[in-house]
Design a binder for this molecule. Sequence first.
Ligand code: ANZ
Length: 797
Amino acid sequence: MSNVSYNPLNFEKKWQEKWLKDKIYKTGVSNNPNGKFYSLYSYPYPSGAGLYVGHVEGMVANDIVARYYRHKGRSVTLPMGWDAFGLPAENYAIKTGIAPRENTDTAIKTFIEQINNIGISVDWDMEVGSHEPRYYKWTQWIFLQLFKAGLAYKKNAPVNWCPKDETVLANEQVINGKCERCDSEVVQKDMDQWFFKITDFNERLYKDLDKVDWPESTKSMQRNWIGRSEGTKLKFKLKSESELDKYLEVFTTRIDTIFGATFMVIAPEHPILEDSSILNIEEVKGYINDTKHKSELDRQTSKEKSGIKVEGLLAINPFNNEEIPIYVADYVLSNYGSGAIMAVPAHDERDMEFAKKHNIEIIEVIKGDVESEMYTDYGTLINSGEYSGLTSKEAINKMQEWLKNNNLGSSEVNFKLRDWLLSRQRYWGCPIPIVYDPEGNAHPIDESDLPLVLPEDVDFKPTGESPIERSEEFKKRAEDKYGKGWHYEVDTMDTFVDSSWYFLRYFNVNDDTKIFDSETLNFWLPTDLYMIGQEHTVLHLLYSRFFTKFFYDQGLINFDEPFFKMRHMGTILGSDNRKMSKRWGNVLNPNDEIDKYGADTLRIYEMFMGPLEDAKAWNDRAENGVFRFLSRVWDLNEKVRDINSNTQDIEINKLIKKVESDIEHLSFNTAIAKFMEFINFITREESISKEVWSKFLIILAPFAPYITEELWSLMGNAYSIHTQSWPIVDDSKLILDNVSMAIQVNGKVRGVVSVPLDSTEEEVSKLARGDKNVSKYLEGNIKKTIFVKNKVINFLV
Ligand code: ANZ
């Protein structure tokens, strides 16, 4: 053995190349009786800036568990790919003139090199890139299946429009009325757009969140986004000059407050506003026009509740026949519920603001014992007697029943979730596989003609229409194939479409004949650990779940949730406790850290910073501490001998047990602390048992793959440490962790029990009372028990 001190640069590259060449991380077979582990990292956007330390954190977590389960004999896969389409590459192209394809491919090369340097055990034979025609052929295929199933459709819709990026934005890309990317004010614009009908799945998307192991906060954000709401829909008869037999339908979650409904509000887009009996129709039309430019968000959040009264039209409260005035106001949205509401100012904040502004009567319905939600008084209102003394829920049930019996309404469930708008007027995305005939009718492209490949003769200058519109080659391609006047759809798909199914493609990237192999997927999915950034709590997950449920319904797969266990890596902050940003000059590049200390230090340090999901600030000294820990491991290799040591056996068994459980619970920082304790212990030993040290290296290998491989090989062991079995915990060695406790009765020692360290009073008391010698002293009632942990239990009788 050598006396060279620890220098990772001497051997990390060597092992990296060998592992890649030998493909030791090849995905396991798809029928392993020991089971499987699908370790999934959210495939990154290959930005020109390269990998950042936050990526490292998530990937190392994926890597440790993947390596652990490989040692345990399961079939394991850790694939990687690229979410390569998207605006940043296109914007960069606009600036530099370098085609998105070119700068994307350069960035991918950098990413691969960095990921390999860190020692992530990726099976590169599975690599996917959503910008590759052989990948997006299947993105287009999915579009066609949804189209066939009636779940992809086109409609003219007001969309969020960013005037600077000249593109449509999804609601969630609009932050406080501004473009998520460039911060410009977003405006509303009517355009023909493609949608996926995700709303057909809303109940299942809501309910099935119960099936998955995700952070509660993420589940609840997802639930809020879907926005399931139980309420009542009911009809109010309308009264006007012309005495038409018309009704106004509303949706309310609080039918029990109807006796306090002092006005109705209709959304400006509601068809009833075309009724000829409206006396101030010109004024109403003027108001409707004023609201046209406002975004949905503005309408919902604006404190100033605008609106006007609709003259000549009244609604009749079905429960007491009172006449209620009607207003048109834009705080009521046309695309939720029925686009009209009964307004109860005493019990709804928005209605209250409106009522105050327009001087409308405010009637409180729930009086008296509000705490217990008991309804004690409906005043002199008709029908009130029947509903007083009930809880809100009871009243709602009774009133729904009454509405149903009178054919005026019923219970109803509403959802906030809207259909998924996927058209983007951009170049660098997946072309939508639709062709238009000269009359402008849309036709799906034949599956056998996929992929519909992106044209290359485009300049990327945004003009408000897709840059593809100006491709001569794309125009000609369509006419050559279909005839004069035919043209392809020029919009591309939202990149969320690409990323909603990539985790299904990994297993047969080289098969161009089908999207996936059902049997293989049924073995590997749902994924066992999905690591994903905290910014992805809603859309990516929701859309992936939608696609999975669609494939399930098509009979293609036997699971209907894609991701079982999902965790977010915590943000890594700069050493100044601020978010890493060019602005603060506190961004760390993983390459620099590897140059300084080697990859093993970077890996262990990031896992040691704190609990996986917490935000953590960088600390150079702690990083250096990890390097010193690994240096000690390196030096200790010198002390390995062919000896037997009972104490060392005990300590290593304790360590294996702890590390196993910590990895399984993703508690990497506590596992590392135990490794350090073990090193403190073994440093004090004169020599180290070879068997014990071998076990130590194997269980450290998932955390520090390089140093462990090097030491393993220096010890003369057969290559590779990463294909060794996980050491089995010898429970007989752990019994020594028992302590002997004295059992006293009234202060006199009557026996001794051996119990596991730190046993509770209950456990010890049960054992002690079972002791024959003790039990005879315990005839009468035990009045009191005095318990001193790990020492004594004293029964007073
Ligand atoms: C009367 C009432 C009284 C209401 C009360 C609430 C509280 P969620 O829970 O979000 O589903 N509403 C219904 N349709 C609407 C629309 N298109 N635009 C704006 N508001 C609408 O909210 C349902 C409640 O939001 C409904 O119940 C209705 O106001 C309002 F003390 O009716 B409620």
